[in-house]
Design a protein around this ligand. Structure first.
Ligand SMILES: [Zn+2]
Length: 170
């Protein structure tokens, strides 16, 4: 049970997209188009980082935290960037807890494509909310359109909570 993977069928669209190789870096693209932040599911922009709802989530509320600079390795990050990313993990946990009350979180970084990084060129930290038994209930949420709709609604909810609670508080 512990080793069971989350079932996220909409990720096939993402995995199939990886071989196209013509889309560049979506994080940098999002950074350059602040007018499209809602469509791109950008939650926060801080001084040196950006926080985005993953369009291809492993679970509801899956956030990505990335430095604004296109760097691949922790080695290349400045102390300021590392501190801000860590604080944003904390703030992400706060806003998600208020919005959707997860029972726990997975927080992690995939370094290199062999480790599962879909975008190996731009460092990003995954914050994935977890619920007791969620590997089972995800089976009923398999429709991509439903997921897209809920992502837009979730973004509105997270932004509202951010406003009310003055998040991210860095
Ligand atoms: Zn990039």
């Amino acid at each position: 049970m512990e080793r069971e993977n989350l079932w996220a069928p909409w990720r096939i669209e993402y995995i199939q997209g990886l071989d196209k190789g013509d889309e560049g870096c979506f994080i940098c693209r999002n950074l350059q188009t602040p007018q499209a932040d809602d469509a791109n599911l950008v939650l926060w922009r801080s001084e040196s980082c950006i926080v985005i709802l993953n369009h291809f989530p492993y679970n509801n509320g899956h956030l990505l935290i990335a430095p604004k600079r296109h760097i691949a390795e922790l080695d290349e990050a400045t102390d300021d960037e590392l501190l801000e990313m860590t604080k944003l993990i904390r703030e992400s946990q706060k806003v998600l807890s208020s919005a959707i009350s997860p029972h726990g979180f997975n927080v992690g970084i995939n370094l290199g494509r062999c480790a599962g990084a879909g975008l190996p060129g731009h460092l990003h930290i995954h914050v994935v909310p977890r619920w007791d038994g969620d590997t089972n209930f995800m089976n009923v949420c398999s429709d991509t359109d439903v997921v897209s709709q809920s992502l837009a609604e979730l973004l509105v909810q997270l932004k509202q909570i951010s406003k009310e609670q003055n998040l991210p508080n860095l």
